[in-house]
Design a protein around this ligand. Structure first.
Ligand SMILES: C=Cc1c(C(=O)O)[nH]c(=O)[nH]c1=O
Length: 309
């Protein structure tokens, strides 16, 4: 049985990786994902041009059925992550995530990456929900079209976008109409469901400090929304635009469902944070068992084959 995927000519011989933000802040964390059995790649914490401390703690908390976070884009700056992926890119195809606070920052970082020795894949994060005063770009379809237009005037290396969840069929149509106009290598869907609220039953208090407790949620609770976004975009996007499915993965069956909806790679956030990199080998084992039960020998046997009634 083979678990392979191909994005922009890169062959992945395992299809699991971390979700940006989890196990990817430091080179030590990144090395744990790089060497984890079952993980076929990794993505760095979304980078800004320079170091950011991020929001005050507590800013990432476990809650029933998942997690809530308002990290506020803490990161060690683009150079730190660019150096890491350049050093390690011979090992396996790697993703470098960027999340500039302005279009200018994003374009400047992409110019630097274009001129660098990094030949892997860039994930342009258009969906960070936790920078006070900054909207999630990908909820503004004109702004999304505008930045991608400028990016593809000079950026020639493989690039994809990290999308927020959409909750309206017409929004699926609208974002796909924008994305299909660009030579994207992939989309990664979903980012956390933004600006939710969780309450601590002991203290009757919110669970995280920033933004009065409002934060993005992930984990088991978001799986139905994640699967819907993978499915909706797979049905609408050019086949050349591959999909990384993210959201609600905690078992091999969850990985299987993301693939059934059309995902090529599957990334794990909340449950990786809780369980650690050993989760990748467990998920791979469980996925292989699920495939064996169904008689499938490769992901191509069932990718996108969700049945409708
Ligand atoms: C890059 C910022 C993000 C953050 C963050 O750093 O607060 N949290 C998320 O759930 N998604 C993000 O995209």
């Amino acid at each position: 049985t083979t678990l392979t995927a191909n994005i922009a000519g890169f062959e992945f011989d395992d299809i699991l990786l971390n979700a940006a933000g989890v196990y990817c802040m430091t080179t030590e964390e990144l090395d744990q994902v790089l060497t984890a059995p079952g993980a076929g790649s990794l993505v760095t914490k979304s980078a800004t041009p320079s170091f950011r401390a991020g929001n005050p703690a507590p800013r990432f908390t476990k809650m029933p059925l998942g997690s809530i976070n308002s990290m506020g884009l803490p990161n060690n700056g683009l150079d730190y992550y660019l150096d890491y992926v350049i050093t390690k890119q011979a090992v396996k195809p790697l993703f470098l995530s960027i999340a500039g606070l302005t279009k200018t920052d994003n374009l400047a970082m992409l110019h630097q990456i274009q001129a660098s020795n990094f030949n892997g894949l860039v994930e342009l994060n258009l969906s960070c929900p936790n920078v006070p005063g900054k909207p999630q770009t990908a909820y503004d379809f004109d702004a999304t079209r505008a930045i991608l237009t400028e990016v593809f005037q000079f950026y020639t290396k493989p690039l994809g976008v990290k999308l927020p969840p959409y909750f309206d069929i017409v929004h699926f149509d609208m974002v796909a109409a924008v994305l299909n106009d660009f030579p994207l290598a992939f989309v990664n869907t979903i980012n956390s469901i933004g600006n939710a609220l969780a309450i601590d039953p002991e203290t009757d208090s919110v669970m995280i400090a920033p933004k009065g407790g409002f934060g993005g949620i992930g984990g088991e609770i978001v799986k139905p929304t994640a699967l819907a976004n993978v499915r909706a975009l797979r049905l609408r996007l050019n086949p050349a635009i591959k999909i990384i499915g993210t959201g609600g993965v905690q078992t091999g069956r969850d990985v299987y469902e993301h693939i059934l909806c059309g995902a090529d790679l599957v990334s794990v956030g909340t449950n990786l944070a809780f369980e650690g990199p050993a989760i990748f080998d467990r998920l791979k084992t469980e996925l292989l068992a699920e495939m064996a039960k169904k008689g499938y020998r490769s992901l191509a046997d069932f990718r996108g084959n969700l049945q409708t009634l």
